[in-house]
Design a protein around this ligand. Structure first.
Ligand SMILES: *Cc1c(COP(=O)(O)O)cnc(C)c1O
Length: 353
């Protein structure tokens, strides 16, 4: 049995929730009162603490800033219809944070630490959880905090969780560009880890695509630039010949929790769903023969992002307009019904506090 250390709690003197209550949070603009912090030193996670959200004081020689040992998670807490609170798919996010940590040669986090930290923080800041259709976004992250400038695996790490309320995201269909020059991830690399460097490396290609008038990139595989991988911070889905199709997981694709939920819900709704490679050539033919009816991204932040057009080698190809009957919205509505406690949580996804 793991010994779970007590979390030392220092409450904020006065919540700043009232001050910002007339502001719309959008996504990523508002941060709740408290944060959790634990330090890894001498082979253990120590000093578990919840304190008012505040700046860190770091040495310029902090290893993470130089050599990139830094990983994160993105998850959400919801207020159920009956007033209870749940953290969505806590176990799956815990598995994933440990996969990212392992790949970056960083110390894993025991389940009890992860679950206690999140439960305590969310309970303390529960007034910040907006009612449906909003949620409290949770950002756990770990970075190498050791002070040293030699290239080495750090021996000290900092694990922090903070949170912030987010609005429902009413997605306007996005224009995406199939990227065949830059790549996001290669076989054997870190593509499946939620490590900071993956995002830094994606910014320039995304910025260039934005300058060309696109909202997001659809990445292709590093070897042939032929197979669709994912889009921004979302996994990619298509409806081809009436079937839901998504690329299979590999070490170049992030194992999205939303992706996993949508696949499970599609099966539950008896909609055909397959995980298989999707080629750019196949997409071109499907557009030509009008066999593609939907394309969308899936991730925690937006849940789903409908795709309006796909740019491939010089041409934009347009998807039909979407309606509430579209498969993507049926899946999203089902997911929301479970998360807000309106429908039976048949997979035990809600980690109730
Ligand atoms: C986080 C992320 C996703 C989506 O994962 P969710 O668990 O659904 O939020 C997809 N792709 C990348 C690259 C990501 O970072």
């Amino acid at each position: 049995m793991e010994l779970t250390e007590e979390i030392k709690i220092t409450k904020i003197q006065k919540s700043h929730r009232e001050e910002i209550s007339n502001q719309t949070p959008g996504f990523g603009n508002v941060i709740a009162d408290h944060m959790f912090r634990s330090l890894f030193k001498h082979q253990h996670w120590n000093h578990q603490e919840i304190l008012p959200f505040s700046n860190l004081s770091l040495s310029p020689a902090t290893l993470a800033l130089h050599y990139g040992q830094s990983i994160f998670e993105g998850m959400k807490a919801f207020r159920l219809e009956d007033g209870r609170i749940q953290i969505f798919r806590l176990e799956k996010h815990h598995e994933r944070i440990n996969k990212s940590l392992y790949r970056m040669c960083m110390p894993e986090i025991p389940f009890s630490l992860f679950a206690n930290a999140l439960s305590s923080l969310v309970s303390l800041d529960k007034a910040w959880i907006p009612p449906a259709p909003g949620a409290l976004y949770l950002r756990p992250f770990v970075f190498a905090s050791e002070e040293k400038f030699g290239v080495k695996v750090a021996e000290e790490y900092c694990f922090i969780i903070f949170s912030g309320p987010v609005d429902a995201y009413y997605p306007k269909p996005i224009k995406v560009k199939v990227e065949r020059e830059f790549i996001r991830a290669a076989r054997g690399g870190t593509g499946y880890a939620k490590c900071s460097g993956n995002y830094g490396g994606a910014f320039l290609p995304t910025h260039l695509a934005r300058q060309q008038g696109f909202d997001q990139i659809l990445w292709t595989d590093a070897r042939e630039n032929e197979y669709i991988e994912e889009s921004g911070t979302m996994n990619a889905f298509f409806v081809l010949d009436g079937k839901i199709v998504t690329p299979p997981l590999s070490d170049t694709i992030l194992d999205g929790v939303t992706r996993d939920c949508l696949i499970t819900l599609a099966r539950e709704l008896q909609l055909p769903v397959v995980e298989r490679p999707v080629g750019v050539t196949e997409l071109l033919e499907a557009f030509r023969d009008k066999r593609i009816s939907e394309a969308f991204g899936a991730g925690t932040a937006a849940v789903i992002a409908p795709i309006a057009s796909v740019y491939i080698d010089g041409n934009d190809y347009f998807l039909p307009t979407y309606s509430e009957k579209s498969i993507m919205f049926r899946l999203k509505n089902k997911l929301d019904a479970i998360r807000y406690g309106k429908e039976n949580d048949f997979m035990n996804w809600n980690y109730i506090l």
